[in-house]
Ligand binder design. Sequence first.
Ligand code: KIV
Ligand code: ZN
Length: 516
Amino acid sequence: MNKDIDTNRVIIFDTTLRDGEQSPGASMNLEEKLRIARVLEEMGVDVIEAGFPIASNGDFEAVREISKVVTESTVCGLSRATRGDIERAAEAIKPARRGRIHTFISTSPLHMKHKLQMEPDDVHAAVLDSVRHARRFTEDVEWSCEDGSRTEHDFLCRCVEAAIDAGAGTINIPDTVGYSVPDEFAGIIDMLRNRVPNIDKAIISVHCHNDLGLAVANSLAAVRAGARQVECTINGLGERAGNAAMEEIVMAFKTRPDHGPYFTTIRSENIMRASRLVSAVTGFVVQPNKAIVGANAFAHESGIHQDGMLKHAGTYEIMTPDSVGLTKSKLVLGKHSGRHAFREKLTELGYDLGDNALSDVFSRFKALADAKKEVFDEDVIALVDDAVFRVNDRVKLVSLAVECGTRKSKAAMELDVDGDVRGCESAGDGPVDSVFRCIKELFPTDARLQLYQVHAVTGGTDAQAEVTVRLEENGRTVNGQGADTDTVVASVRAYLNALNKLMVKREKTAPSALSA
Ligand code: KIV
Ligand code: ZN
């Protein structure tokens, strides 16, 4: 049971698909979760927390499908400390080559009294029962004390000891509300290692939220104190201010081996790819000055810095852009490039498309190469993301004409709805307003626009626009993406993508006290 506790390897437990998806507006559909899971596996993530199976049929299905396709990483399903939750998680991870059940219960006085309305002795009994029950389905059980950092130490020790006795191989200490500070949090890990008699039989894990901007610092301090699993997310996605950002944890260990002998087995060259994918799927733009993955993280603007960089990159650069997978924008292909070269480029970018999808994307590439003089890697990525994952769309754009300028804008649009082509004209405040009005007229729903965001894929006035549209209908939220050299066409594609997702989105009802 006592696996890596004495080594310096830090297990990376990614919870982008579970805690990350709990961020308001960050919901993902099955296809998107599968794509992210594959990228996480390719990066070498040890454990992928794929969802909370009891939360909804969609979550259950996602954990189950990910369990079927992911073979290198352990696939984990979250559950509260009840038998029903645990059995649902067990069912979802059943197909996994390596499956883990992660069961949690709150242990802080505040949570026990107000959220659970349980006495400490009953919580302690639930710890024993939940871990024992989970062990009936898998050998790999992780136990978490929700709000662990605000839990009384005596009680925390009692619960941790019970969880290990009952068979938990990983003990996770969350700073659920992002309240702790590094030396205090490290002190909790140190205290557990000194006081819990059977602690050497488990791996200590930490799960830090970023409410005070300390999630990564707290995680690193905990590792120095003896934790050997860090729970984190791509881009720091997660509840409220998010979770510890995986890219920052990984690169901190990699860049500062002099500070501690800790390491992860993450292939850091995949970081940018994962970051872009998560950002595109969720519509959560990465702030330009975000560490490691922000657009400016490796940009040197001032003359003094540029001069230093030219003399020696180490003057202002502590990591190389290559080490996180940031390659210079490459001019990839032109309008004379053939299908073979295009397929090779897709493989290099990590896409493996079937013949039909390839033909579709290739003809869109040809059209793009005609419209745009230079086609870069980023263009190809946007194009594939835009084209491939909407083959089953019920509503498709057939034609669009827009008039805009200093007078009121007008749009004429035709949509194909389940094979029936409908058309209309509409006026609005600007071209985007006009086209969105057309869509609402041709395909009425109660969906409300929550976010409209435009981003240029590359530089230049002929750059593709990548648009994100977030729609909300009866508590269900979806993000749609669209890319085109014409911003208005990209906007229509993004709106339709969101509408199509809304139609397939299953009811997602959160059971009470689900917050984690
Ligand atoms: O933040 C938290 O406490 C959690 C637990 C379920 C690990 O997400
Ligand atoms: Zn959390």
